[in-house]
Design a protein around this ligand. Sequence first.
Ligand SMILES: *[C@@H]1O[C@H](CO)[C@@H](O)[C@H](O)[C@H]1NC(C)=O
Ligand SMILES: *[C@@H]1O[C@H](CO)[C@@H](O)[C@H](O)[C@H]1NC(C)=O
Ligand SMILES: *[C@@H]1O[C@H](CO)[C@@H](O)[C@H](O)[C@H]1NC(C)=O
Length: 297
Amino acid sequence: MPLLVLLLLLFTPPFSLSTPPLPSVDVDLLEFALNLEYLEAEFFLWGALGYGLDRIAGNLSAGGPPPIGVRKANLDPFVRDIVTQFGYQEVGHLKAIKQRVKGFPRPLLDLSAKNFATVVDNAFGEALKPPFDPYANGLNYLLASYIIPYVGLTGYVGANPNLQSSVAKRLVAGLLSVESAQDAVIRTLLYEQLDKKVHPYNISVAEFTDKISILRNKLGGAGIKDEGLVVPPELGAEGKISGNVIAGDENSIAYARTPEEILRIVYGTGNASKPGGFFPNGGDGRIARSYLGKEEY
Ligand SMILES: *[C@@H]1O[C@H](CO)[C@@H](O)[C@H](O)[C@H]1NC(C)=O
Ligand SMILES: *[C@@H]1O[C@H](CO)[C@@H](O)[C@H](O)[C@H]1NC(C)=O
Ligand SMILES: *[C@@H]1O[C@H](CO)[C@@H](O)[C@H](O)[C@H]1NC(C)=O
């Protein structure tokens, strides 16, 4: 017995030098997440710094086309500092995912003011005049940011129970945690300005977030998985409070979305087979491609 233990110890390396390949379901789910991480990285880096992945880590964009219409936002130093941190966090996320899966080049992203204005017009069911400009000032940029990391967050919650390997679970828990923290920071900064009117519209910050969340619920087509900053008390924590700085279900557990629901939202079409919105040519990776009829065999 002691001899056997000794032999085992001798022939078991102290740490493994190469990690085994991930199960294909894990690869697919991690690659799906890359789509959203690319979107967030470019939006935050450009918004804060006026340049994006091609300048910061060109290997991560891997030759994908440059994003449409993205630009530096007119931010005060406080918000710019926070958004710069978010941008670099997304670079880390892309690196961490690409260390585990092959991935794909950055998909074509539409981060133009026009695309955000379309989302906002759809949320209000009418064209705002002048059109909403995400890059005009810090408040508008935070409202535009409200549109983005939350979708990734619900996707990670949805992916988690389907992951098989502990390596992918560990990675997704870490990604989820930071995305969720970003969402909480954005929501808190907006919560401080709840009643403020979003210039030049006669619309409050609270109403903006409410309408955007309602739109996402509608596009997702799977009931309530999104909540604004002020909700009817039935939707607040324990059904007792209308302040809603963090979204969650009846037990304040984060909502989960499937990849299909996420595609319906980020395409803005309510249809995972019909690209548009932030992804004019659709997402990449096996899952997104399967809805586009582009499966590889
Ligand atoms: C890409 O480049 C960055 C910095 O330039 C580096 O830290 C990272 O490891 C590289 N990633 C890959 C996947 O090569
Ligand atoms: C702004 O909206 C409020 C209701 O939200 C309304 O009472 C008020 O009359 C509106 N003001 C203008 C100038 O339209
Ligand atoms: C979704 O879009 C595809 C491609 O445009 C179309 O064939 C399909 O009918 C649409 N589905 C629904 C439910 O509208």
